[in-house]
Design a protein around this ligand. Sequence first.
Ligand SMILES: C[S@@+](CC[C@H](N)C(=O)[O-])C[C@H]1O[C@@H](n2cnc3c(N)ncnc32)[C@H](O)[C@@H]1O
Length: 268
Amino acid sequence: MPPGLASVNLPAPAPAPDGLGRAMRLLLLAFLCLASVAPARALEPLGPPGRPASAYPPPDRPVAEIISPRWMSDADRDRANEVGQVARLLGIKPGETVADIGAGAGYYTLRLAPMVGPDGRVLAQDVTPAYLAELQRAVASRRLANVSIGLGEAHDPRLPPGSVDVAILIHMYHEIAQPFGLLDNLGPALTGGGRVGIVDADDIPSRHGTPPALLRCELAAAGYRETGFHTLTGGSGYLAIFAAPAPDARPDPAAIRPCRDEATRARR
Ligand SMILES: C[S@@+](CC[C@H](N)C(=O)[O-])C[C@H]1O[C@@H](n2cnc3c(N)ncnc32)[C@H](O)[C@@H]1O
């Protein structure tokens, strides 16, 4: 060895992977790549299909465009205690199953899951797959084991029959393209008529609200009975509460007459 150079003990080179080892590593790499791009679970409906969209008349009013997975900032809603008000007025209890129809980013789902507890369940449903994928990630990161996420259709929430104590439709009613189908196909999912809570702004549909008179008319046309109406504090809109018709009192879809949207006509 030349003077001035220290000796270095180099580790022995690792043996070259044999054919089987190389194949295992490639398989593992492929699995990790797939796992990083694929959603945690494929988005499927939670229940069987009900009556088809073609059975129902369209609403006689504008349908608002779907533009966002949330109504407004979480901080403003938390300040108004929106979920607390709605949960109290609907009497949501631990152990109950709540269907969050049009869950979006899950403002309600994420807060109701701890309220209904380990014996309860939240069925988070929406028609926009990208919003549900975002919600799936939020549910997984919070390790909420009592949330099921399912894809619905504009005329059918696709929920399991007899599974739901309370259904909530929060700041989304004006976006339902097929309200008569959605309400009619929701009925069989509710236990004993259930409680259906609809929160919306008192405004015309094109401005992302539903006038209460129009809401009452459309729910009555689908056979629902109003059991309560409350103005929420903090600018969160109103909560209207309904009971679904008994199975033998569901209207014949062909007999449903759409309601005239007087508010939109008057404000034009
Ligand atoms: C303004 S966001 C409200 C989201 C959430 N409920 C909230 O309060 O923050 C309206 C949501 O309703 C969903 N939506 C619209 N039509 C629907 C339908 N027919 N069935 C289920 N979800 C629907 C949209 O995809 C969107 O996520």
